[in-house]
Design a protein. Structure first.
Length: 195
């Protein structure tokens, strides 16, 4: 087991880190892009994992010089995502870390998902019972790669940011952890990357 004894808290990203749901999110974005007549690139969308839905809509407008209403784009993406019958499954390696350090370190989740979605997924997988702090896109002004999400989790846990380690699956999430002055361990395709 990975040695995290030098930390007081673990902050997990959710989608793609604890929960294998990125595929469903990317599919929902593909449907959304088709609906709004936007080019779709799966790798680009996957790279935006952790960015709040409305902010992704803004980024797509910038990338393709369009002016779609971000609220409408986000609502359509949520509608498509809800229509996909995807049962969230846990990512084994990171969930093993969660189990191993249960009761030894404080734990929270910092996600770019909206609160309703995050609570639903965490409840369905039982992870909600194992964490004491949840910060979602609904709770912050600035999403990842800004530090606010992870800083709020540390604040709720009552732990200094430098005493937290983040598990993340995207470069944007890694940047957010770095901006929050937290160490970051990357998870790629469900595997913890030890450098």
């Amino acid at each position: 087991m990975i040695d995290l004894s030098g930390y007081e808290a673990i902050v997990f990203d959710m989608d793609g880190t604890l929960i294998d749901s990125m595929g469903a999110h990317v599919t929902a974005w593909q449907m959304t892009c088709e609906y709004f007549g936007l080019p779709f690139n799966a790798d680009y969308m996957y790279g935006l994992g952790g960015v709040p839905t409305k902010q992704i809509a803004v980024l797509l407008n910038q990338k393709f010089s369009t002016d779609h209403n971000p609220e409408e784009v986000a609502a359509k993406k949520r509608e498509y995502w809800s229509s996909i019958r995807d049962v969230p499954s846990k990512i084994t390696e990171t969930c093993n870390v969660l189990e191993h350090y249960q009761g030894k370190l404080k734990m929270g989740v910092g996600t770019g998902s909206e609160r309703k979605h995050a609570e639903d997924v965490l409840c369905k997988t039982g992870i909600d019972k194992k964490i004491t702090a949840l910060v979602t896109a609904s709770d912050v002004t600035h999403g990842k790669p800004h530090a606010e999400t992870f800083l709020r989790v540390a604040e709720l846990l009552g732990v200094e940011p430098t005493k937290c380690v983040v598990f993340e699956d995207t470069e944007i999430g890694r940047q957010a952890a770095e901006a929050a002055n937290m160490d970051c361990i990357l998870v790629k395709d469900g595997k913890i990357q030890m450098s």
